[in-house]
Write a protein that binds this ligand. Structure first.
Ligand SMILES: [Zn+2]
Length: 329
């Protein structure tokens, strides 16, 4: 008998707890009780990239106990870097998605978590409503990778959250998560993630609403995918370019800015191939500094939009200067 989506997703939470993903420290428990159906913050931030309007949308935040999650670190390194950035060891981590308004189309980059991680997350559709849109209006969802904090929001219980959208996922990502051969060859630790991918992307696949793209094609005018494998085998950046301005959506290239900007070699337990993830991060950091484009990053402190600059041997995040000058289309 086929398991319901709910019963497939429940182990996701159990696994997350075992990874420390939901281990609330006492001060975050009080923060959690203060949050219920809506975010306490605005949950959106608009800006213009040439002819595109980009709106950062908050799905909420979740505490991440970084010393238990980060890997390939030196003794004392994590605590030292977190302290230097005035952060506790359990960091309230943002989960962001982005809406691109492109020539009459509404394109979402990643889909948040829905109800899979408790009340501090799952606010994406509220944030979308706050800027005046319903999920039914979304034309396309560009998924950076098929982890549940990026695909969970594709489903609302057993219903598609975005019934009129085509879901874009790179071909290597589709091949990895949705072929029996790949699943059979994966480690035991990775097997539950196949179930989450199936539960969240599977319903769209079944009805032919997933487009598995290659990297040599433009998905929409001015919107291109960039291969960024490591965190997952088909992990993908999306670049938008218009009138000399460019923004790259980074997905999960960085989970702990306070640590990984200083030491990009540091990886995280969620990386499928940690070595490749670190190599991709280093390449992405160097390219962002060299070319000076805008970056939008799913787990950087909301809105997760800014630039990267080099500071000697380390990197520095320059958050977007707050602006109210937006020409809303
Ligand atoms: Zn993520």
């Amino acid at each position: 008998m086929k398991r319901s989506i709910k019963s497939v997703l429940r182990p996701a939470v159990a696994l997350a707890i075992s990874l420390g993903f939901l281990s609330f420290s006492s001060h975050t428990v009080s923060a959690q009780t203060a949050v219920n159906a809506t975010l306490l913050q605005a949950g959106y931030y608009r800006m213009q990239i040439g002819d595109f309007e980009v709106i950062a949308l908050s799905d909420g935040t979740i505490p991440q106990e970084l010393p238990k999650l980060l890997t390939n670190t030196r003794p004392g390194e994590i605590n030292k870097l977190l302290t230097a950035d005035y952060l506790p060891t359990t960091v309230e981590t943002s989960v962001n998605a982005y809406l691109i308004k492109a020539d009459g189309k509404l394109i979402l980059v990643d889909a948040g978590t829905a109800g899979n991680y408790g009340p501090t997350l799952g606010h994406l559709t509220n944030s979308l409503a706050a800027v005046g849109y319903k999920p039914e209006q979304i034309d396309a969802v560009l998924i950076t990778h098929a982890h549940i904090d990026h695909t969970g929001g594709l489903m609302n219980g057993d219903k598609m959250t975005f019934p009129n959208a085509t879901i874009y996922l790179s071909k290597p990502e589709v091949d990895f998560w949705f072929t029996e051969k790949s699943k059979a060859a994966s480690s035991e630790a990775l097997k539950p993630y196949f179930a989450y991918a199936e539960a969240t992307v599977g319903p769209y696949l079944k009805v032919g609403k997933v487009k598995a793209f290659g990297y040599d094609e433009e998905l929409f005018p001015g919107i291109k995918p960039i291969a960024a494998a490591g965190h997952t085998p088909g992990h993908t950046f999306y670049a938008i370019e218009s009138k000399g301005q460019k923004m790259v959506f980074w997905g999960d290239i960085m989970h702990a800015a306070a640590v990984q900007l200083t030491d990009p070699s540091v990886t995280i337990v969620y990386d499928v191939d940690a070595k490749a993830a670190a190599a991709t991060r280093k390449k992405a950091f160097a390219d962002a500094v060299k070319n000076g484009y805008w970056i939008a990053s799913d787990h950087l402190s909301f809105p997760g939009i800014g630039h990267l600059k080099a500071d000697g041997t380390k990197y520095e995040w320059v958050s977007a200067n707050y602006s109210t000058y937006v020409s809303v289309q």
